[in-house]
Design a protein around this ligand. Structure first.
Ligand SMILES: [Zn+2]
Length: 473
């Protein structure tokens, strides 16, 4: 007997969209069939008439339990997985991809173990990128194949220190080349925060000298030019490495979208991520008294960039929408408007799927297939979690969202589960999850959280070969 049947919904599957019934047994989807063809007897039958049935969201870029330095010294730590993943399931995201941070002196395996220890209390499943930094020694680069084989195919790289107080993160071109070659050979992908460090650091110095240190000048520091030049430098390097796959995280500028489009047009395995944050706000908002609350690195850009991000999401140049979640209280975001001291990241895991539905599908006519691709399926494919994750298909994990597109809801941070603020406070969304399943278990229903900390598990990734062969999605 089936444990659960979801009946009558509009189901978004890898084969297209249609009115089908979905059968769940244990943790898996076992059937996607014509209406009324599944046995009437089931543990539970859910009527999804008028609703969408979509795979649980996958957020490919979150930072939990992350140190946030302050210019005056010391640091605070962002929210732990428990808090972030609780907010995520409430908004229809069932898998988060966080970072295992390698520090000089440790092994990659140790970095993974350390982060896994932090992830014991997740409400969602999770995967990890391995973040490398600085002058990565040869013996650590030699550990990359083992990391890939044990389920960690993506390596996070910064081409900039991002902030003057962030020194040590940047990986220079030579080491990047070595890491890229190793990843390419062994089935890995590089997740790159690409900005030109010379330009970024020059602008911090210059604006400091000119007394233009307010957050509203941030787009001059983390500029479209810097994104353009750095993306192209990485892409030029990738041409020399057979099998290199590059995933640019948090694309913020039209110039970044264009660089990706060109490389894809020439057949290179290049993919881009943007944030629902970058797709909904522009740098003008920095002018507000609380404008620093909206900052996340690199920086908000301008209206034309924002429209190019949407076009990129619609036409396939950009593959995913992430959050770059860094969940803190509002007070931490507001503590400094100084360009060198602004806290990045934001609280977005709960709003990501409904905001993209609203702004993409409802207002811009994005197809349902594309909506599911950018909020779930493509992240699964790029990080080797597909088809276990990211699909409504027999054999896939029963991570399912019954999404009600008739809901009209004004977002209020006090109704959300992440923190005491939301950048989307006061925004109206068209649709919200009515039910969320994590591996067959109902974890959210009609706004009530039934899941528990510790429900989540780690998912190992293994890239499909097509991802490295060319622009596969
Ligand atoms: Zn990030």
């Amino acid at each position: 007997m089936l444990d659960l049947v979801i009946r009558g919904g509009q189901v978004v599957t890898p084969q297209g969209v249609g009115t089908w019934d979905v059968g769940v047994e244990g943790e898996r989807i076992v059937a996607v069939t014509g209406p009324g063809t599944l046995p009437a007897e089931a543990g539970r039958v859910v009527d999804a008439t008028g609703k969408l049935v979509i795979p649980g969201g996958i957020d490919p870029h979150v930072h939990t339990h992350w140190p946030i330095p302050a210019l005056g010294g010391g640091f605070t730590t962002s929210a732990p997985p428990e808090q972030v993943s609780r907010a995520a399931v409430c908004g229809g995201t069932t898998t988060l991809v966080d970072f295992a941070v390698w520090e000089p002196g440790m092994t990659i395996a140790r970095a993974i173990d350390d982060k896994e220890a932090v992830w014991r209390q997740g409400y969602t499943d999770h995967a990890l990128h391995v973040m490398l930094q600085g002058a990565v020694p040869p013996d650590v680069i030699a550990q990359i194949p083992e990391a890939i084989q044990t389920g960690f195919p993506s390596l996070k790289i910064f081409t900039t220190d991002v902030r003057p107080i962030g020194k040590g993160r940047m990986i220079r071109l030579g080491h990047l080349w070595a890491i890229m070659e190793t990843a390419a050979k062994h089935g890995g992908i590089l997740a790159i925060h690409a900005e030109d460090d010379d330009l970024v650091m020059y602008m911090y110095e210059r604006l400091e000298r000119e007394g233009r240190t307010d957050i509203r000048h941030m787009p001059l520091v983390h500029s479209a030019m810097s994104e353009d030049i750095s993306f192209r430098r990485v892409l030029r390097l990738a041409r020399y490495v057979e099998g290199a796959a590059v995933y640019f995280v948090h694309v913020s500028a039209g110039a970044g979208v264009e660089a990706i489009a060109e490389a894809r047009g020439e057949g290179h395995a290049v993919y881009g991520e943007t944030l629902h944050h970058y797709a909904t706000f522009t740098a003008e908002i920095y002018q507000r008294p609380d404008g620093v609350m909206f900052h996340t690195y690199p920086s908000l850009k301008h209206e034309e960039d924002r429209e190019r991000l949407w076009r990129g999401l619609a036409n396939g140049t950009l593959s995913t929408v992430a959050t770059d979640e860094l969940c803190t209280p509002r007070a931490i975001k507001l503590r400094s408007r100084h360009i060198a001291d602004a806290t990045g990241g934001h609280v977005g895991v709960e709003t990501r799927v409904p905001v993209i539905y609203t702004e993409g599908v409802s207002k811009r006519g994005m197809s349902l297939e594309r909506f599911v691709a950018v909020t779930s399926t493509n992240a699964a494919k790029l990080l080797g979690l597909y088809p276990r994750k990211g699909a409504i298909a027999p054999g896939s994990d029963a991570d399912v969202v019954v999404f009600d597109p008739t809901v009209r809801r004004t977002l209020r941070s006090e109704d959300l589960h992440g923190s005491d603020y939301s950048a989307w406070d006061g925004w109206e969304v068209h649709g919200w999850p009515a039910m969320v399943l994590l591996r067959g278990q109902v974890v959210v229903e009609n706004g009530k959280l039934h899941g528990r900390a510790g429900d989540g598990r780690r998912v190992a990734g293994k890239l499909g070969a097509a991802i490295q062969d060319g622009p596969a999605l």
